[in-house]
Design a protein around this ligand. Structure first.
Ligand SMILES: C[S@@+](CC[C@H](N)C(=O)[O-])C[C@H]1O[C@@H](n2cnc3c(N)ncnc32)[C@H](O)[C@@H]1O
Length: 469
């Protein structure tokens, strides 16, 4: 172990795992775990640490003496700089292997519960261009590569349209291409940037809070509709119209061309007025004949094809026969609730975001589904004894909480309710395992099925069926 500038150099470490947050994992001689960026299990690397804690180091690779057979050449020229697809250098079958392993380890180590054999992870048919929504930021402070900095070349045009560099709130990677959203996403982004520069429009400066252009959002749907939203920092009617008209002319396939004038400190849209430049203020997504209306602020699963697979597994696990009262907790815009409704007697969805519940009700009406009801509120408050007295005791509970998992009060209420089955959908198997450990006093895990919604990233979704003991 050598030292350099107070940082440690750890030589010839064998990378043995790919862990949480997408980091590669090795073991140091002193017993600490080493989390490493941009390495692949099977690599042998020399690393420099930049963080030391009681149980682990964080480190970056200085050199690689053996390259893993699991490696593949990343397709994207921005790989390693962009934070988006950290596993692009690992073959897809290996990505799936490590996702499955993470789920299994979390359920075993954190949950410490009796488990059935875990069903092999369902991979995504599309490994690129699978996202239906992308958000890009404008900046006049483009991220420069090391080569550009070292070349001493004066780069006058620092305009960028792309993603934040991980950990840097004011630096934007100027994208040449992105492999996450299908065409015409790249063409629209490139055109908007080129046209904005031709019109001499200013790109946003986050540090000084000035500039005209802030963000570009593109949403596509399986029905072929396209929504484009441009966010401006202030109104400049003439230039706004010039840019939007040019976009409309170049891409007649856009069905919703929207804009927002947002002068607040951050660029979140939830409290902003959405203006329609032309077309509708929404697009539609379709699943098994159900239509879901999606506006600029709506949440919808970003990988539509895999969302369908996830929902089918959820419905299969629930195994309804048409007589059941089903609760769909954390229902979002009520997609799961509507998806299972035709197999249930009645479905009740609960969600914290009022707009999402409004959309859920509209969608249910649009789909002529009459056996669903939606309620808005914080789960730990709404899901109380009064709620149960009013709506009855459910036969089946489907729960799909955010990354933090369920609040302890919600888990306690589930134990109290004693529904025959619980289907627990999770995007974070660590918090899911924590919740399952508590439910273990009354429920046995019957089935576990991980699903890959986000190829090239470490994220993994997991569906668990619990039955009352
Ligand atoms: C993982 S999403 C699930 C969405 C939905 N099941 C779907 O497939 O589209 C989690 C949802 O929980 C909601 N949520 C987060 N915290 C909540 C809380 N404390 N009470 C109720 N809903 C909450 C979020 O707004 C989000 O819609």
């Amino acid at each position: 172990m050598a030292r350099k500038n107070n940082r440690q150099i750890l030589e010839n470490l064998e990378v043995v795992d790919a862990g949480a947050k997408g980091k590669a994992v090795a073991k140091a001689e002193d017993g600490r775990v080493v989390f490493i960026d941009n390495a692949v299990p099977g690599d042998i690397v020399t690393v420099q640490t930049f963080k030391k804690k009681k149980a682990f180091y964080e480190a970056s690779v200085l050199s690689t003496s053996k390259y893993s057979e699991r490696r593949v050449e990343p397709v994207c020229p921005h790989f390693g700089v962009c934070g988006g697809c950290k596993w692009q250098n690992m073959g897809y079958e290996h990505q799936l292997f490590f996702k499955q392993k993470e789920v299994e380890q979390n359920l075993k180590r954190i949950g410490k519960i009796e488990l059935p054999e875990i069903i092999p992870i369902l991979g995504s048919e599309k490994q690129y261009f699978y996202r239906n929504k992308m958000e890009f930021s404008f900046s006049d402070n483009k991220w420069l590569t090391l080569d550009q900095i070292r070349s001493n070349e004066i780069i006058e045009n620092r305009n960028a349209l792309g993603f934040h560099i991980p950990g840097m709130w004011d630096k934007i990677l100027d994208l040449d291409i992105c492999y996450l959203q299908a065409d015409p996403s790249n063409a629209i982004r490139d055109f908007v940037k080129a046209k904005a520069e031709e019109l001499n429009l200013s790109f946003f400066n986050t540090r000084h809070q000035e500039g005209f252009l802030r963000t570009l959002m593109i949403r596509t749907s399986s029905t072929g509709e396209i929504m484009v939203l441009l966010q401006f920092f202030h109104e400049d009617e003439e230039n706004r119209k010039l840019l939007l008209e040019a976009v409309a002319k170049e891409f007649p396939q856009i069905t919703s061309l929207l804009y927002v004038i947002n002068s607040k400190g951050n660029d979140t849209l939830y409290d902003q007025e959405i203006n329609v430049f032309y077309g509708r203020d929404h697009i539609f997504e379709e699943m098994e004949g159900l239509k879901f209306k999606i506006n600029a602020k709506s949440f919808y699963q970003t990988n539509s094809e895999q969302a369908y697979e996830l929902y089918k597994i959820t419905r299969d696990f629930a195994g309804m026969n048409g007589d059941e009262l089903v609760f769909d907790l954390y229902t979002g815009t009520g997609t799961i609730a509507q998806f299972v409704a035709k197999k249930a007697k009645k479905v009740i969805g609960v969600e914290a975001v009022p707009d999402a519940i409004e959309a859920a009700k509209q969608n249910a009406q649009l789909n002529n589904i009459e056996n669903v009801e939606f309620y808005v509120g914080d789960m730990k408050k709404v899901f109380n004894d009064e709620f149960i007295t009013t709506h009855g005791k459910p036969d089946i509970v489907i729960t799909d909480p955010p990354r933090d998992g369920m609040h302890a009060d919600v888990v306690a209420q589930l134990l109290n309710l004693s529904a025959e089955k619980i289907v627990y959908v999770s995007c974070n198997s660590a918090t899911q395992a924590r919740d399952l450990a508590i439910l273990d006093s009354k429920y046995k895990v019957i089935k576990v099925q991980p699903v890959d919604m986000f190829p090239q990233t470490h994220h993994v979704e997991n569906v668990v069926l619990l039955e009352k003991r």
